[in-house]
Design a protein. Structure first.
Length: 229
């Protein structure tokens, strides 16, 4: 176990099984993790309001609802890494969980070394997400999916935020539609390709007067550069 990954992060574990929670808390705290426990979705929502966990470990079958519904709520405002840990283990269950916004999926029962490997992978991802991204008049806060233009909240939807983050991190570079779609939607482009164009159009409207624009390059993709939308 690479303990430096654990020392600066805390986990929110959402699971109805008190025994499982107690056993895992002891093991993880010995590994250097800080744990917050929630046994219901109501408890998890209360914690999320007050604090921003660095990783969420989430069961699906909770006493007061479906964990995937909670995950969809989280994904409206946050890109926090999520490990789905559940007894639901069919291929259809895995696909549904990942499409809902899970970053990785581990069925119960599980081997502890496998679980810790999944957790370390998520921590590596979390550790490279900057607290803020500043570019010209923009300030982005990736953990909360909040974007500011000249100090004013842009009130971006999650996919708009993901697109703007890519543009700010790759200015004056043409990025193809498939790449941008996968970054914003979390899956390969499929279905109506106009979804990406519509999201870019909404983002352009919220960028007006900022001195930058998003140019469409037919057949190539989109480019963030100086100019007015």
């Amino acid at each position: 176990m690479d303990n430096h990954l654990a020392n600066h992060w805390y986990l929110l574990w959402v699971d109805k099984d008190h025994t499982l929670q107690a056993n895992n808390q002891k093991i993880l705290e010995q590994q250097g993790y800080k744990i917050r426990q929630a046994f219901t979705l109501a408890e998890a929502r209360s914690i999320i309001v007050r604090e921003q966990p660095h990783v969420i470990i989430l069961d699906i079958l909770l006493p007061d609802g479906n964990g995937l519904d909670f995950l969809c709520e989280v994904r409206k405002t946050s890109n926090v890494p999520v490990l789905i840990l559940t007894a639901m283990n069919t291929p259809a269950d895995v696909i549904k969980g990942l499409k809902a916004g899970g970053d990785t999926y581990l069925p119960k029962p599980y081997e502890l070394p496998v679980f810790l490997t999944h957790l370390e992978a998520l921590l590596r991802r979390a550790s490279i997400v900057p607290d803020t991204i500043v570019f010209g008049p923009y300030r982005l806060e990736p953990m909360s999916c909040t974007a500011y233009l000249n100090g004013e909240n842009m009130f971006l939807a999650q996919k708009e935020f993901a697109l703007l983050q890519q543009f700010l991190q790759h200015p004056d570079k043409t990025m193809n539609a498939e790449y941008l779609y996968k970054k914003a939607w979390g899956r390969p482009m499929a279905g109506d390709p106009r979804a990406l164009g519509n999201a870019v159009s909404r983002l352009r409207q919220k960028m007006k007067g900022c001195g930058y624009t998003i140019s469409a390059e037919y057949g190539n993709g989109y480019r963030f550069e100086h100019g007015d939308p």
